[in-house]
Design a protein around this ligand. Structure first.
Ligand code: IPD
Ligand code: CA
Ligand code: CA
Length: 266
């Protein structure tokens, strides 16, 4: 197993250096859909990562955001987000990262998130803990929602934005505040490292959350859906916390759902 994580760390580091270098040059921006942008850096980073994974693990499947992946029928599948936080990157707002994770039969077994701006490398291996550079990380020990800092995100396209705005509004008043920093993988690392007590988002893809979800659980936190049910890579929503404020936040989510006559977010 060590081999998978070591190679993922090496690849994420190299892709992060490429992003840092490209961030100093003008970007070519194109639109996937309205408000949903992609840059040349997303594509170049993905091409580099996919080529390296294929060289090391030719049989493994790869799912990569910009479409450069490959289905092989293997039980091993890499999830790649070559640039998480594209909008931030395109505007020169220095909050973005590269993230990749390996799942075996849909269970994430190794994951890496690299932030080239802060030179922070988050890595986790199932059963072996979560790390930030050379130090072991743990979720925070704050048990009171009123003393918590939270994070969330709003994807460019979602039918449930209104619902998330209501969660945002209610939780803003019940906590120290909510950050919408713009890179979901880093938000999950903030929970793992004890910077945030909780993070949720209603519409993420598997590559956004694969590595970060493992980081949170390996750092002693809890990852579920917004009702406290099991987390799945293939479902849109995710709710990650230090575990201690989990039930208080679930109560708030369910109050808002009830006020909207809904039983779930989708
Ligand atoms: C986005 C970011 C953002 C989140 C969006 C994601 P991208 O990923 O993680 O924080 O709110 O849902 O799509 O497009 O920058 O890789
Ligand atoms: Ca992403
Ligand atoms: Ca991306």
């Amino acid at each position: 197993m060590g081999n998978y994580l070591d190679i993922a760390v090496e690849i994420a580091g190299e892709a992060g250096q490429l992003l840092a270098q490209l961030s100093r040059q003008p970007h070519e921006i194109s639109y996937k859909r309205k408000s949903d942008i992609v840059t040349d850096a997303d594509r170049r980073s993905e091409a580099m990562i996919v080529a390296k994974i294929r060289r090391h693990f030719p049989d493994h499947a790869i799912v990569a955001e910009e479409g450069g992946g490959k289905e092989t029928g293997s039980d091993y599948c890499w999830y790649v987000d070559p640039l998480d936080g594209t909008t931030n990157f395109a505007h020169g707002f220095p909050v973005y990262c590269v993230t990749l994770a390996l799942a075996y039969r849909d269970e994430v077994i190794a994951g890496v998130v690299y932030d080239p701006n802060r030179e922070e490398l988050f890595a986790a291996e199932r059963g072996a803990g979560a790390w930030l550079n050379d130090a072991r990380i743990r979720v925070s020990q704050t048990g009171d929602l009123a003393e918590s800092l939270l994070g969330t995100g709003f994807p460019p396209f979602a039918s449930n934005h209104d619902l998330n705005l209501q969660f945002f509004f209610k939780l803003t008043h019940l906590s120290h505040g909510i950050r919408r920093a713009g890179a979901a993988a880093l938000d999950l690392c903030s929970v793992a490292a004890g910077r945030f007590e909780g993070f949720w988002e209603l519409k993420l893809n598997p590559w956004d959350k694969a590595a970060g979800s493992l980081l949170v659980t390996e750092a002693g936190g809890r990852v579920t859906d917004l009702a406290g049910g099991p987390f799945s890579l293939h479902r849109d929503e995710i709710f990650a916390s230090n575990g201690l404020i989990h039930e208080s936040m679930i109560e708030v989510f369910s109050e808002v759902l009830e006020e909207n006559g809904k039983v779930s977010c989708s």
